[in-house]
Design a protein around this ligand. Structure first.
Ligand code: B4P
Length: 190
């Protein structure tokens, strides 16, 4: 079973690379960003609350996202594995994920971090904002998202480094080049 955490700053390409990894390894995709955006589209009570937080570039509460992930894992226990895209984003979420997986005899295989400089992610997200009109892809929100990443999310790297599961990957280049780099990290643990 292959359980990958795909990590990196906003706009580093986690969603983009997830699509290729899912197709190649038949994994279940767990993107907390996508799950939250689907709640927003349905105008559910959770979606209405989440939209306010996401439009500011801040993190939705740990309890909410951990609950969403637990449900998805438990609904797909017979899968080949999971790709966690944009989760965990805090050390509390990382600890909770280990616990949920351990309850069913599973564990994270590796954490791949896409390393992309701030200037590049800002350009990518501004471009996506122009093309898709995504509400959180504007300059003020992007700056806050990068700050939140630095303060609240980047400590998650140490969490996996202590477990010997941290695999940094250069996130600049073509989508195919980056994908090949991720695959060579997966081979190291396979
Ligand atoms: P997410 O949906 O996770 O989005 P992201 O970090 O912005 O994007 P990602 O890294 O997936 O980039 P992508 O491939 O799309 O989070 C949004 C918000 O949801 C958060 O700010 C937070 O509020 C909330 N949230 C989500 N998870 C949470 C959690 N666990 N806890 C609390 N809150 C949570 O790529 C970006 C762009 O770059 C695309 O346009 C793509 O085409 C382009 N691109 C990709 N690869 C490229 C390459 N190699 N070269 C050039 N461009 C490239």
């Amino acid at each position: 079973m292959l359980n990958i955490v795909l990590f990196g700053p906003p706009g580093s390409g986690k969603g983009t690379q997830s699509e290729k990894l899912i197709a190649a390894h038949k994994l279940v995709h767990l993107s907390t960003g996508d799950l939250l955006r689907s709640e927003i589209a349905q105008k559910s009570e959770l979606g209405i609350k989440a939209k306010i937080i996401m439009d500011r570039g801040e993190l939705v509460s740990d309890d909410i996202v951990i609950g969403m992930i637990r449900n998805k894992i438990n609904a797909n226990l017979d899968s080949n594995g999971f790709i966690f895209d944009g989760f965990p984003r805090t050390v509390a979420q990382a600890g909770a994920l280990d616990k949920v997986l351990a309850e069913t005899g599973k564990a994270i295989s590796l954490m791949v971090t896409l390393e992309v400089p701030d200037e590049e992610v800002i350009q990518r997200l501004l471009k996506r904002g122009e093309q898709t009109g995504r509400a959180d892809d504007n300059m003020a929100t992007i700056e806050n998202r990068l700050n939140v990443y630095l303060c609240q999310t980047s400590p998650v790297k140490d969490f996996y480094e202590k477990q010997g599961k941290y695999h940094p990957v250069q996130g600049l280049g073509t989508i195919e080049e980056i994908y090949e780099r991720i695959e060579s990290e997966i081979k190291k643990v396979g």
